[in-house]
Design a protein around this ligand. Structure first.
Ligand code: FAD
Length: 395
């Protein structure tokens, strides 16, 4: 086994690290103290830089202007973006590979390529009041009438909707031969019948909000349906796999930054005339954190390599759940220990450990809670044994 990153991935990590260190991290406190917002010229500069790197196209095919990077390279990029708080790394939207596979040419031209160019921004409207972990149980409906569908439903936690101009909306088909099956649509957010009914505050301080939307008799053309009727869940699963892997990558980046920051502090902070880094109780927290980060990083890159070598889809699904589960729980523990090592300073909002402590908590909730990841892993283990999850050392 060889876990050294390929040269291309190291080059990407270096470029993005410089962007994060020079253009994003210096603005974290400003964002924190301003409800997540930055001065428009600063945000614009960050967005332009992300566009210049073509980060929107890291997963997109070259024929459409994407970079078609390997999954390992993409994980290397997301690991670096994870080093910044206040979601300042979310300075670009992303045109994913699955979109090019699922969408018609017309949809690619109207929605997906404009994401690549930074001209349009999407949000995902899947979760509902009574359907979060239980995605299969959603109540939103889509009923075909001639060359249109009529959409109804209430969607919760629609991340970035305040910055987006269209949503990917998941519903259940009402009537027709696929009645009850799931279906996805592109829905322009200025379509009649769409209303924001709440913009709750959350633990983190992000420019991107998570509002609740009501869709009442919203008319969208059949041409906006993504893929076939009934294929909705397949695309949602493809999106979950990618997001789970990238959450793991960002968790590793966050843990790395936390450990870098706390190491400097622990070596300079004196207590009873001695740097606190010299105290073994502090060293134990640092040792556990570094060890768990290493484990999470190895798992995450191995899962990325498994994508690049084209492993069986079920195994990939299991691996994405395992890395999301382990890495998101790992960074929660690391953030908690770092707050402890910073002492009272770790409880101040200007301290990155305090911000990470709040921000990484959601990584155990969104894109499937830790419990749901355990159910997925346990289910696959029961059906296919270890071979279905990680294989063995002689296969
Ligand atoms: C900040 C934020 C942003 C989000 N952004 C988006 C977005 O952009 N688009 C979107 O569609 N959704 C989004 N979500 C929704 C997110 O995916 C859900 O919150 C998540 O899937 C959990 O669903 P829930 O909140 O309904 O919790 P529930 O499903 O009600 O779960 C509550 C608790 O019960 C546990 N539980 C539930 N079922 C089981 C079970 N079968 N076995 C064991 N335990 C179980 C859960 O693990 C959890 O601990 C976002 C959420 C947050 C907090």
């Amino acid at each position: 086994m060889d876990f050294r990153l390929p040269e291309e991935a190291r080059v990407w990590a270096g470029k993005v690290r410089e962007f994060v260190d020079h253009d994003l991290i210096p603005f974290e406190v400003e964002a924190e103290l301003n409800g997540g917002d930055l001065r428009p010229e600063i945000r614009q500069r960050q967005r332009q830089k992300a566009l210049d790197f073509n980060l929107s196209g890291m997963d997109a095919p070259k024929q459409y202007g994407g970079l078609e990077l390997s999954v390992v390279e993409q994980v290397a990029i997301y690991e670096q973006l994870g080093r910044v708080t206040n979601a300042l790394g979310w300075c670009f939207s992303e045109a994913h590979k699955w979109m090019f596979e699922a969408c018609s040419d017309d949809q690619i031209n109207r929605y997906v390529v404009p994401i690549l160019k930074g001209e349009r921004h999407e949000c995902y409207a899947i979760t509902e009041a009574e359907s979060g972990s239980d995605v299969d149980g959603l109540d939103a409906t889509a009923r075909q009438e001639g060359d249109h569908y009529i959409l109804n439903g209430e969607k919760w936690f629609v991340t970035s909707a305040n910055l987006a101009d269209f949503a990917i909306f998941q519903a259940r088909l009402e009537g027709g031969i696929h009645a009850g099956a799931h279906v996805l649509f592109f829905v322009d957010l200025d379509t009649a019948g769409i209303e924001v009914i709440d913009t709750p505050l959350f633990s983190h301080t992000f420019e991107a909000h998570h509002p609740t939307y009501r869709f009442r008799d919203v008319k969208v053309p059949v041409a906006n349906r993504i893929g076939d009727e009934g294929a909705g869940m397949d695309y949602t699963r493809a999106w979950f796999r990618r997001e789970r892997l990238m959450i793991a990558a960002r968790s590793c980046g966050a843990a790395e930054r936390l450990l870098e920051e706390v190491r400097v502090f622990a070596n300079n902070r004196l207590s009873n005339g001695q740097a606190i880094a010299q105290y073994q109780l502090v060293q134990a927290m640092l040792a556990d954190s570094a060890t768990e980060l290493w484990a999470a990083r190895l798992m995450t890159y191995e899962a990325a390599q498994a994508h690049d070598r084209g492993e069986d889809l079920k195994r990939l699904h299991a691996r994405c759940s395992m890395v999301k589960l382990y890495a998101s729980e790992m960074v929660g523990r690391v953030a908690d220990r770092c707050v402890q090592i910073f002492g009272g300073r770790g409880y101040m909002r200007e301290n990155p450990a305090e911000r990470f402590y709040r921000e990484v908590r959601v990584d155990r909730i969104w894109e499937g809670t830790s419990e749901i990841q355990r159910l997925i892993i346990g289910g696959i283990f029961n059906k296919r044994g270890l071979d279905g999850l990680i294989g063995s050392t002689n296969t």
